[in-house]
Design a protein around this ligand. Structure first.
Ligand SMILES: Nc1ncnc2c1ncn2[C@@H]1O[C@H](COP(=O)(O)OP(=O)(O)O)[C@@H](O)[C@H]1O
Ligand SMILES: CC(=O)N[C@@H](CCC(=O)OP(=O)(O)O)C(=O)O
Length: 293
């Protein structure tokens, strides 16, 4: 009887995934779900399916979501003009209320709903119950900045998240912090995800964005860099290859790697099932940033 090529190819895909599934079973992955592509239903459902797949094969998944475009929209409705400095939103008293409401009441619940539709077990977690912050006073180069209620994360209270993981929930966390007095702070979601990955001892940190990964020329999708070591990053920054948008991801990636995360992935969240293709195939589809050798 002739062998069905289709069945053989499908079998090969499943078998290629087996060693990865065996290796990652019981590990923790932190996945940052960027706001830039959340408005596409296909992407939202595709990402949710992949996350539920990871959880079903025994990987503990924590999602940190963004929501920049939704915050812009809510600010515009409140007649507030967004102001950005080095990729961070200037956040006054009214804006921090809008950020909190948009992220916790709108985006977070929508991400939970999509996970639930795919038969996963999400649990909504307000970032202010996890991230301890102080006012951000310096940028990443050490220069003084005044961004209002933008927070710098000082610690992560991970015990609640660990408990949720033990109970097989998938925590969905917003990027908001608070200080000891209860003041809320807006934090960059990329930075929050990296702090969380480091604190929880994650094996992988995955950034989902709206580009194929780190590109040598950001306007040319074919210039994808498949793998780099953290020690190559300073030269790429100096050459101007890593620009606004990618900068917080790559800088946070380095901090996470330095704090014990094994590997960081930058992948295209709009590409159908990019998470599965990156994690469970030999070649991957995005960029991986690995420890200095
Ligand atoms: N070298 C680079 N490779 C890829 N993207 C880059 C690069 N430098 C800057 N970028 C920009 O970073 C953006 C991704 O970051 P961002 O818009 O903040 O996404 P998100 O909101 O999903 O976190 C890309 O859309 C791209 O414009
Ligand atoms: C301080 C700061 O800039 N916070 C971000 C928080 C949301 C975020 O990071 O969302 P994305 O991942 O979609 O960009 C903001 O206000 O937009």
């Amino acid at each position: 009887m002739p062998v069905d090529i289709n069945i053989q190819a499908k079998t090969e895909v499943l078998l290629e995934a087996l060693p990865y599934i065996q290796t990652f079973k019981g590990s923790t992955f932190v996945v940052k779900f960027g706001g830039s592509f959340m408005d596409t239903e296909r992407a939202r459902i595709g990402v949710a399916t992949d996350l539920v797949f990871l959880a079903t094969v025994g990987i503990h998944v924590i999602v940190v979501h963004g929501g920049g475009p939704a915050i812009n929209k809510a600010m515009s409705e409140a007649l507030i003009e967004p102001v950005w400095k080095n990729g961070l939103r200037y956040t006054d008293e009214r804006t921090v209320q809008i950020v909190e409401k948009t992220l916790n009441e709108n985006i977070n619940l929508s991400v939970c709903e999509n996970i639930q539709i795919q038969k996963g077990h999400p649990i909504a977690v307000k970032g202010q119950d996890v991230f301890r912050c102080k006012r951000l006073e310096e940028d990443s180069d050490g220069n003084p900045v005044d961004l209002g209620y933008v927070g710098s994360i000082t610690s992560v209270e991970s015990s609640r998240l660990k408990r949720y993981l033990e109970q097989d929930y998938m925590p969905i966390v917003s990027p908001i912090g608070r200080d000891a007095e209860g003041q809320l702070y807006n934090t960059n979601a990329d930075t929050a995800a990296a702090h969380l990955a480091a604190a929880i001892g994650a094996r992988r940190l995955v950034y989902l964005c709206d580009v194929p990964g780190l590109l040598r020329d950001k306007d040319d999708p074919s210039s994808l860099i498949s793998s780099i070591s953290q020690e190559e990053v300073p030269a790429m920054k100096a050459e101007g290859i890593i620009g606004t948008g990618m900068l917080p991801k790559v800088e946070s990636a380095i901090n996470a790697l330095t704090s014990g995360v094994h590997r960081v992935h930058l992948i295209d969240g709009t590409m159908p099932h990019s998470i599965l293709l990156e994690i469970f195939t030999d070649k991957g589809v995005g960029t991986e940033i690995v420890h200095a050798s």
